[in-house]
Write a protein that binds this ligand. Sequence first.
Ligand code: AMP
Ligand code: TRP
Length: 362
Amino acid sequence: MTAFQPRVFSGVQPTGNLHLGNYLGAISRFVPLQDQMPALYCVVDLHALTVWQDPEDLTRATREVTAAYLAAGIDPKKAIIFNQSQVKEHAELAWVFNCIARMGWLKRMTQFKDKAGKNQENASVGLFAYPNLMAADILAYRATHVPVGEDQKQHLELTRDIAQKFNNDYAERIKELGLGVPNPEPNPEMPDELYFPLTEPMIAGTATRIMSLRDGTKKMSKSDPSDLSRINLTDDQDAIAKKIKKAKTDPEPLPSEVKGLEERPEANNLVGIYAALSGQTKDEVLAEFGGQQFSAFKPALSELAVAKLAPMCEEMKRLVEDPTHIDAILGEGAERAAEIAEPVLHDVRRIAGLLEARYGHR
Ligand code: AMP
Ligand code: TRP
């Protein structure tokens, strides 16, 4: 290969309620990318196991995330849709990366600290090593582009660090075996040929961090105990309207410029949601609503959210009623994904010196 092939990879965990943050920050952005380059969209069930999951709930949630991908407009004829555990290369490469990443790197991960809370001793080893599996997800396909929300930025930096250390540690071997790709960003600190690309995070737009409807300083999250804090993709029209009506605000009218949203986290969040749903900038939204009270803005936001989300929600409900269809899509996707990941793992084994006498006999 003379250059890395552009390829998108992203994943969503099948853990409970998919919400507006997942949709605006991630899933809705996956859709246009499927027309721009080869794309893989994964339901990361092995990541879900890092904290306890009821087995039946996990199966159901895996199908539900798949239904959300399909209902949002991801086309299994274009993009590869699959669940992580069906392609064993993810777990295998994650082990190699467990041996590349340093304890110190992982100890800095803020998501681990947040999720493990005060009792880190009692967190699973998987939760600690979570980012290594995420790096394996991406690099098993040598993916170059990863669309995610802002909360994943640190994990993607770690993915680059892992790729870089692998490329450095095995630089001579990669060259000897003729498996290298010329470094697209030549730099004296790095080898001139790489095996893994340094993946580009795609964290852009108005919706990279949607906040809780109850507290504009907290991220909208699947695990928030208050259901009023988030709009679930399965909420009906009444639930969406009720949650927006109850959303926390301040007493001031909306400003007419973005600068006026500083120090007003709830107002900033609702304007951001409106902008993302309508495909406008926040300035454009404020040009229309500046000077108005929330009592006028909230009904407009509800109407927009219902118009955008209700058809998708209906389609998701229809799709989850046919698990056989969903499972067939995932099975076919896993086969196509494995076709890409198997040769990569074959290379990795050769690079690392792991003997595989059986390979040629399959
Ligand atoms: P997760 O639910 O943690 O698997 O997240 C799936 C995707 O949704 C990731 O790309 C996250 O960055 C994104 N995401 C999760 N919560 C939010 C949020 N509140 N705002 C924007 N993006 C989010
Ligand atoms: N860690 C991501 C999240 O919680 C999910 C994820 C797993 C992912 N593997 C990935 C995202 C690979 C992008 C690429 O949101």
